[in-house]
Design a protein around this ligand. Structure first.
Ligand code: SF4
Length: 424
């Protein structure tokens, strides 16, 4: 049995609290269980208890065996002198603090809710991945729905924590943050790091100066991406090369080292050349993208903004120098949805947090109107009866997978909590 489970039992009161006695033979009444401490020191802080009607205020330390008190060296540590109750599953010895005062012990095994304990052992003391899978179907819709909302917001909050650091670094330059995030997701799974790096080497402040001129915009992107360093006979390539050489010297630009931009195993429509040309068009078409993004509140508006077609040269090319059958290179539905989910919604949420204007309902509505993502995580939950009906669901399940199921935090998960509470 893990200590975390005993914390969970204490915190949620899953034990008979009416006739408690310490192992020293005194009546015990819990007035306030205290706050779970995730830092160093006792497990629950500022607890209030009555022992034989005398009020005690202090901390609670929880262990599987009372001898763990000594195994952890608490008897010598003044940080534990204010512990007023030692809660253990198994009391195998009396314990004393650094002033040699005995600490009252509550032996939880005498009072624990047997149904919760049985369910815990059956479900969560196993090594199975997703130990809740057989019970999930019995959890009611409302509980699941509320949990999905919370997971989704939690995911946005996590992203906002990173954006906060980024805001400090860029001195609140939201344009740079949008530009770099958009580049990252435009790069797709294969080129996201390289494209994000490109956004640092070619700052938004320089890039945006040329957004009215599509040739210069493409020249900057392809040049800093290191894609204009060869000798080619292609006329368009030569024009971009010439433009880039001039702009590179003017702004002292550095380039991505060769080999960072990858074409390998990509469909031609996802080639980095096509994605960069589409990215150039996004900014060429709508210069003040960040302001536009803040105004968006439905998928239709967002689709309009990010559905763009690469310049004419790309109608007959997927890469420089190789002519192909004519086809407009317009961003597809899946790509645009991915941008709305990962860029638009994340940055709108972050900005709302930053300025203190909260409107989670609009973001939730927007996500509920978008189709669910298609990925490995979504398939895992689909297979255990948790289908993703929309993008809010799929984002919630990504949060669940990464932050609860993988680190096995079933006791911090609403699904796990429900299973234990109901004995499923
Ligand atoms: S974290 Fe929650 S959903 Fe994941 S396995 Fe545990 S109980 Fe199930």
């Amino acid at each position: 049995m893990k200590e975390r489970f005993l914390h969970y039992i204490w915190q949620n009161g899953f034990f008979d609290q009416n006739n408690l006695m310490t192992n020293q033979g005194n009546r015990l009444l819990i007035r306030y269980k205290g706050l779970l401490n995730t830092d160093a020191g006792p497990d629950f802080l500022n607890t209030q208890i009555l022992i034989d009607d005398i009020l005690w205020a202090g901390h609670v330390e929880i262990h599987k065996n009372s001898s763990d008190w000594y195994a952890h060296g608490h008897e010598k540590d003044p940080a534990y002198d204010n512990v007023i109750l030692h809660v253990v599953y198994n009391d195998n010895m009396p314990v004393y603090n650094s002033h040699n005062q005995q600490i009252p012990t509550l032996e939880l095994s005498k009072y624990i809710d047997k149904k919760v304990l049985k369910t815990y052992k059956k479900r969560f003391e196993t090594k199975t991945f997703l130990p809740c899978q057989d019970a999930i179907g019995q959890i009611d819709e409302i509980t699941l729905l509320n949990y999905k909302y919370r997971l989704f917001i939690e995911r946005l909050e996590n992203k906002y924590q990173n954006i906060k650091n980024w805001l400090l670094e860029t001195k609140n330059d939201w344009h740079q943050i949008l530009y770099q995030t958009l580049l990252k997701y435009t790069g797709g799974p294969v080129n996201k790091e390289a494209f994000e790096w490109l956004g640092r080497l070619l700052p938004h402040k320089i890039f945006i100066k040329y957004n009215n001129d599509l040739i210069k915009t493409e020249a900057l992107l392809f040049g800093v991406a290191g894609l204009l360093n060869d000798e080619k006979s292609d006329e368009y390539y030569k024009v971009l090369q010439q433009e880039y050489r001039f702009l590179k010297a003017k702004h002292g630009l550095d380039e991505l080292p060769a080999g960072n931009i990858k074409f390998h195993r990509l469909r031609p429509s996802n080639f980095p050349t096509i994605r960069l040309a589409q990215f150039a068009r996004m900014y060429h078409q709508t210069g003040h993208l960040f302001e536009k993004l803040l105004e968006l509140d439905n998928p239709g508006q967002a689709r309009k903004l990010f559905t763009v077609t690469a310049s004419v040269y790309w109608d007959t090319h997927y890469n420089f120098d190789k002519i192909t059958k004519p086809k407009k290179k317009t961003t597809g539905k899946d790509f645009v949805n991915l941008i709305i989910i990962n860029v638009v919604v994340s940055l709108k949420f972050a900005y709302q947090q930053h300025v203190g204007h909260y409107d989670n309902d609009t973001l939730i509505e927007l996500m509920e109107k978008l189709p669910a993502e298609k990925n490995k995580i979504v398939r895992i939950y689909n297979n255990i009866n948790l289908p993703s009906k929309n993008a809010l669901d799929s984002q919630a399940f990504i949060q669940l997978y990464q932050n609860y199921c993988i680190p096995k935090k079933c006791l911090s998960c609403d699904i796990g909590h429900n299973i234990l509470k109901k004995g499923l």
